[in-house]
Ligand binder design. Structure first.
Ligand SMILES: O=C1O[C@H]([C@@H](O)CO)C(O)=C1O
Length: 552
């Protein structure tokens, strides 16, 4: 079945948290419309750019784009940005059931609010390996009162200006800045929100019946924040991660990093005369942002009935052991695909914070990613060899690098080289975290891979060692994911099959960090890619190539 959509993207005035600003809207909606489809369906989105002066692309986060790498929606990689006034058709198959989302992938358009949910249900004849009576979508994001353009200029300026922590956290695009739903429990003086429910910033309330089981599909589109999620008083059973079934496990609360998605099941087995909090809080960075809140409404209570106990208290923001213990509970569901037992190539990717000519940048093995004008997919496919650095970026970094210290020489270089992967080989990646420019700080980075799921083979503290390589990697039941966190001063090991012809970004999903160069590009089997629509490539050197052919 083909599911057809016509979308126009434009800025509109909106109050996501009660303070008016501008958001990027799709067909006048913020967040954008939810797409629901079934496995095997074709999605066709005719996307018109109604922005006045900016290009546009949309990435379908978690969708493999097998056979349609030009529809991945990454500017400079899979396509040219869609110009104002122009329409581009994204047509692709959703081949795996799961909880996904979509978002802008040009400039800081995700920070501007360009995102929405994408839910792929099982085909009609298939059954989930768990039961539930109803389901909800919860799309999480963080929100700044400064515009995304201002933020983009700040981080690209000399001297560097950091965007700081968000003003509010949004659940399905809604948060409260000048008032709180839980004012009566707050230590700081903040007024109680008095809402009719039709305000743009009124919380999206979840209505449930007692003694039922619900599936909560959660995805995080945050620009910066790692989040901690709790459903007050309710246990949750985690059953899906990034569109992959996992071995179900039960927790009181959980972490979710930008770019991740989960399904959790909870049973409404609490006192039915009360309502309950659903809360999100910032983790891993010193929180300066109030908890995001909404209400789990037990029918037939009034939806406006404030729970008679305070919102869930998150663990300390820097209690990384707490976060690690959650990540380490995630295993692939028994019977799900296992990783190949051997790797053909192993890349060690060290991330550092650096300076280039006075600009603050992030680098991977001392190269800070900048995007070329011609999309890689086109320049590689058509053998245009002056479109980007043809020298491969380094496979590893110096064994002497002390990850516990700021870089001894913070200088770095810009680069746009590509890791060329031999088609159908097995690749390991060891993501190695390190200290930033300031002493005694190392930050969380959630890494997202386009076009693939990978197996998460393990996490560790300090430097990845040969002993880790031999003994600590889990080849037995690692979870498949498309996004994984690297903890401060730690490493994360993953494995994937380079079996999806195309060019694929692998990057930190923190939007300002990607902008500051924290990513790499992989290409595999590009010669096998057929029928790239010309409309994807009418810019840069591919655009020139088309123009010259026309005139001959
Ligand atoms: O990229 C970043 O820059 C700031 C800080 O390191 C320098 O101001 C920060 O917290 C980041 O995550």
């Amino acid at each position: 079945k083909t599911r057809q959509f016509e979308w126009r993207v434009e800025y509109m005035h909106w109050s996501p948290d009660g303070v008016e600003g501008v958001v990027m809207a799709i067909n006048g909606k913020f967040p954008g419309p939810t797409i629901r489809a079934r496995t095997g369906d074709t999605i066709s989105v005719e996307l018109t750019n109604n922005l006045l002066t900016e290009g546009l692309v949309i990435h379908w986060h978690g969708i493999s784009q097998r056979g349609t790498p030009w529809a991945d929606g990454t500017a400079s990689i899979s396509q040219c940005p869609i110009n104002p006034g122009e329409t581009f058709v994204y047509r692709f198959i959703v081949d795996k059931a799961g909880t996904y989302f979509y978002h802008g992938h040009y400039g800081m358009q995700r920070s501007a609010g360009l995102y929405g949910s994408l839910i792929v249900e099982l085909a009609k004849n298939e059954k989930e390996p768990f039961h539930y009576d109803g389901e909800f979508n919860l799309l999480l994001s963080d929100w700044w009162h400064k515009s995304s353009q201002d933020q983009q200029i700040d981080i690209s300026s000399k001297p560097f200006r950091w965007i700081g922590e968000p003003q509010s956290l949004l659940m399905n695009g809604r948060g409260q800045f000048n008032c709180s739903l839980a004012a009566q429990f707050s230590k700081s003086p903040i007024p109680q929100c008095k809402l009719r429910g039709d305000e743009q910033y009124a919380p999206h309330i979840f209505h449930v019946h007692p003694n039922k089981t619900y599936r909560l599909r959660v995805a995080s589109s945050t620009a910066l924040s790692s989040l901690h999620l709790a459903v007050g008083g309710h246990k949750m059973v985690v059953v899906e991660a990034d569109g992959n079934y996992i071995q179900p496990f039960s927790v009181e609360n959980m972490d979710i990093y930008s770019g991740e998605s989960y399904s959790i099941l909870f049973t409404t087995d609490q006192d039915p005369s009360n309502n309950y909090w659903i809360s999100i809080s910032v983790r891993g960075r010193e929180p300066k942002t109030p908890q995001g809140l909404t209400i789990l409404n037990y029918i037939p209570n009034f939806a406006s009935k404030i729970p008679n106990f305070p919102p869930p208290l998150p663990p300390l923001w820097n209690d990384y052991n707490y976060s690690k213990s959650f990540s380490k509970k995630i295993f692939g569901l028994m019977g799900s695909p296992k990783p190949p037992t051997r790797h053909d190539r192993r890349l060690f990717l060290l991330n550092t914070q650096n300076r280039i000519e006075g600009y603050t940048r992030w680098a991977i093995n001392n190269i800070s990613l900048v995007f070329p004008t011609t999309p890689y997919l086109g320049s590689i496919k058509y053998g245009i060899n002056n479109a980007f650095d043809t020298k491969s970026p380094p496979n590893t970094f110096s064994k002497d690098y002390d990850i516990m210290k700021p870089p001894p020489n913070p200088n770095s270089t810009y680069g746009n080289g590509v890791y060329m992967l031999k088609f159908n080989t097995t690749i390991d990646i060891i993501l190695q975290n390190a200290n930033i420019l300031a002493e005694n700080v190392s930050e969380i980075h959630p890494w997202h891979f386009h076009g693939h799921s990978f197996w998460v083979l393990g996490y560790g503290d300090g430097n990845f060692t040969t002993e880790d390589a031999e003994t600590t990697l889990n080849l037995n039941n690692p979870p498949l994911r498309n996004t994984v966190v690297v903890f401060p001063y730690g490493w994360t090991a993953l494995r994937f099959s380079a079996d999806n012809p195309g060019v694929w970004a692998f990057h930190c999903h923190i939007e300002p960090h990607l902008h500051m160069g924290m990513g790499v590009v992989f290409a595999e089997g590009v010669h096998l890619v057929k029928n790239i629509p010309n409309e994807a490539l009418t810019c840069g050197l591919t655009g020139k190539m088309f123009a010259e052919n026309k005139h001959k």
